[in-house]
Design a protein around this ligand. Structure first.
Ligand code: KIV
Length: 265
């Protein structure tokens, strides 16, 4: 088993190999995804939505993301682990961002941080890189700006010029790769061709250098049926599996079928 390092992640684009990424938030899940050969594991601030049941990522704290990331890192031997810098540490300027990111790296031993922001925050990315902290950029739809944008909208042709300025600035500032969230396919393709660093898409079509999905979306691990965004392919139905297992267990206990002799001392 060999650890996936930063140079290996960067080299995948040159080698024409796709980067496979998933979000993850706990130890057993991280161990399974690591064993399955997922290249990059992201402890995303989507934690707020899919684990904490909130409507935005905004309330996830630095302590919470560190708590989850530390568990994830403990379960990983090979995958490259990236941790989101939660709101508002990308927005508060270089000193606060470096302090937050340094805590993340020091207390979790993760490999890198993810940073939401484009042209307007490129100097903060440069400060992080200068501090020796690898940065995965995040452009396109930026959930931490939901209060400004008023919703989770697909980035279309009208957003093209700003998007190209954002990704170029993020690359120039030293990010090793950039997540492109919810872009029209043509735009994501143009962005991917423009950059030397890899792009990792989510809702950005098939032409990015890699793909990321949220753990609970791709496994159907959520209380409501059919609540996935259009860009998700669901590879399992944990909602049904868990529901059926819980019903069977309840029935067995109520009928005195479980525990049986084989479970007793
Ligand atoms: O927080 C997260 O899970 C993310 C992904 C959607 C890329 O930022």
């Amino acid at each position: 088993m060999t650890k996936i390092t930063l140079p290996k992640i960067k080299a995948l684009k040159q080698e024409g190999r796709k980067i496979v990424a998933l979000t993850v938030y706990d130890y057993p899940s991280a161990r399974l995804l690591d064993d399955a050969g997922i290249d990059l594991l992201l402890v995303g601030d989507s934690l707020g939505n899919v684990v904490q049941g909130k409507t935005t990522t905004l309330s996830v704290t630095l302590d919470e993301i560190i708590y989850h990331a530390e568990m994830v890192v403990r379960g990983v031997q090979q995958s490259f682990v990236v941790v989101d810098i939660p709101f508002p540490f990308c927005q508060l300027g270089a000193a606060e961002a470096v302090r937050a990111a340094a805590r993340i790296i020091k207390e979790t031993l993760a490999d890198a941080v993810k940073f939401e922001g484009g042209e307007n925050r490129a100097s903060t990315i440069a400060a992080l890189v200068d501090a020796g902290i690898p940065v995965l950029g995040h452009c396109g739809l930026r959930p931490q700006e939901i209060r400004q944008t008023g919703g989770y909208f697909v980035q279309r042709e009208s957003a093209r010029e700003q998007l190209l300025r954002d990704i170029t600035a993020v690359e120039k500032a030293g990010a090793f790769a950039v997540v492109l969230e919810c872009l029209e396919t043509a735009l994501a393709k143009e962005a991917t061709n423009l950059l030397k660093i890899p792009t990792i898409g989510i809702g950005a079509g098939p032409f990015c250098d890699g793909q990321v999905l949220v753990f609970h979306d791709f496994l159907g691990y959520k209380p409501e049926q059919n609540r996935n965004p259009k860009y998700v392919r669901q590879y399992a139905d944990l909602r049904l599996t868990i529901f059926a297992a819980a019903r069977n267990y309840a029935e067995d206990v109520r009928q005195s079928i479980f525990p049986g002799k084989e479970h007793s001392f």
